[in-house]
Design a protein. Structure first.
Length: 459
């Protein structure tokens, strides 16, 4: 495994025209104007009665809790905020402790803060102390107040300057084709022709939506959101010119679209919200040099990450729950499939290798247990079984769904924030809803159509 060339903090959709590929991501709409906070912890600051446990698991949009790690009094700072929206939101806190003079510093969120009991009323926490950058998320109810605490780890060490960036995330859902952002994946196919067509059943209204976009040889990129409104945009990649096209107005994408040349022949095309700004970035993976080349939508800069080796399969998802895409590859060998994951949180501070699956399996990572963290998962064509390694408890979940020759299409079709097991078979969809443990069969598509409900494309 190679080292990466740059260290940048980096949510969304992936395709490939040369090999199996996958991405799974919790998708949210970023509210404008994040709140910027800063402060210091110095002599004379008030204290709290100990620090909370650093369990190595930053909280997610579904929240988390931590116990008291020890009772030694430490100095702290507190910021009180109020959710400005009349709806439950996910709050993302990006913390920067790089100017803390090398002193370990910690942050946590509270519904109300009691310095005499800092383990009470916790909404979320960073999971680690750090001398650098990191992030965590948590949920807050409509108009509710909350507090962000920052504390030193060792008594009397302090921090000359810390910074917090608070972003409100709305309408969070599982990734996948969702043209109305109602939180439920739409049953969708792409029909290549001289004038290619997207055919979708709107999960909100049940109506059938047909839109023309692309031509012969183009590849649909799935439920990508390039405009940041939470709705899936029509998007294709044209291998003949190495160019991306995506609609800016979904009522008339053929005349209202953007294009971006990116990549060279032989690249594997990927896209995701690597910079966590709520919009898909354009990216490729180059097997010849094992580099990811990412065009960041937030600032139009180019990010290059060296990760993987020849014949590796790039996969994407939020494996650490920070709402940002993590770069990962799967190396399929005679001994099985090995997942090499470079977590984006804490400046790529952690890389993980997991052995999961067989070389003949289809890669289908998604959030099957609803903790807003991507689970390692494969679908085995020979048996029709989904094999999931749940991130919530590291347990194995096996579910038989489908037959050899089917195309797996897991996505959140029932809106319960868990990906549902689903397959596409020659124009027919077989979906198992996780919320009700019921199944449904939908006829939609013809022979030769490409299913695109899932947030990734499997050849």
């Amino acid at each position: 495994m190679k080292a990466l060339n740059c260290l940048l903090l980096i949510v969304s959709i992936y395709i490939s025209f040369a090999a199996p590929s996958a991405l799974a991501q919790y998708a949210c709409v970023r509210a404008a104007n994040p709140v910027m906070l800063q402060g210091s912890i110095t002599a004379g600051d008030v204290q709290q009665a100990g620090r909370i446990t650093r369990d190595g698991r930053p909280s997610t949009c579904l929240g988390d809790s931590a116990a008291l790690e020890n009772g030694a009094a430490v100095r702290r700072d507190t910021h009180n905020l109020v959710n400005p929206f009349n709806e439950t939101v996910c709050v993302r806190v990006e913390q920067d402790f790089s100017a803390c003079a090398g002193n370990q510093t910690q942050s946590a969120a509270y519904s109300s803060f009691n310095p005499a009991n800092p383990a009470a009323n916790i909404l979320g926490d960073a999971g680690y102390s750090t001398i650098n950058k990191g992030s965590y998320s948590f949920s807050v109810g409509p108009g509710a107040s909350f507090a962000l605490g920052v504390n030193e780890i060792e008594p009397n060490t302090g921090c000359p300057l810390y910074k917090l960036k608070v972003t409100y995330l709305r309408n969070c859902r599982q990734a996948g084709t969702d043209i109305t952002n109602d939180g439920r994946a739409d049953i969708s196919i792409y029909r290549p022709s001289s004038v290619s067509t997207f055919w979708t059943i709107d999960s909100e209204s049940g109506s059938q939506v047909t839109r023309s976009f692309g031509t012969v040889g183009d590849l649909a990129t799935g439920g990508s959101d390039y405009t940041g409104d939470g709705k899936s945009d029509l998007s294709i990649y044209r291998p003949s010119t190495n160019t991306w096209y995506y609609g800016l107005n979904q009522d008339s994408p053929g005349t209202n679209f953007a294009s971006q040349p990116w990549g060279i022949a032989g690249d594997k095309v990927v896209n995701g919200d690597f910079d966590a700004d709520g919009r898909n970035d354009i990216a490729v993976y180059r097997p010849s040099d094992s580099n990811f080349y990412i065009l960041r939508s937030s600032d139009s800069s180019v990010q290059t990450v060296d990760w993987g080796a020849t014949n590796d399969i790039p996969v994407f998802g939020d494996f650490d729950g920070d709402t940002a895409t993590d770069i990962a590859v799967v190396r399929q060998t005679s001994e099985g499939s090995f997942w090499w994951i470079l977590k984006s949180n804490y400046n790529y501070g952690f890389d993980v290798v997991h052995h999961w699956g067989l070389p003949t399996d289809k890669l289908v990572p998604a959030d099957y247990d609803g903790d807003s963290i991507t689970d390692l998962a494969v679908w085995r064509p020979s048996t029709g079984v989904f094999w999931v390694r749940r991130s919530s408890d590291s347990q194995t979940h096996a579910f038989k769904w489908g037959l050899e020759g089917d195309r797996p299409q897991p996505a959140d079709y029932d809106g319960d924030l868990k990906s549902d097991f689903a397959v596409y078979r020659n124009g027919t969809w077989y979906i198992h809803n996780s919320g009700t443990e019921t199944s449904k069969v939908v006829s939609w598509g013809l022979a030769g159509d490409q299913p695109i409900s899932s947030p990734y494309r499997i050849p």
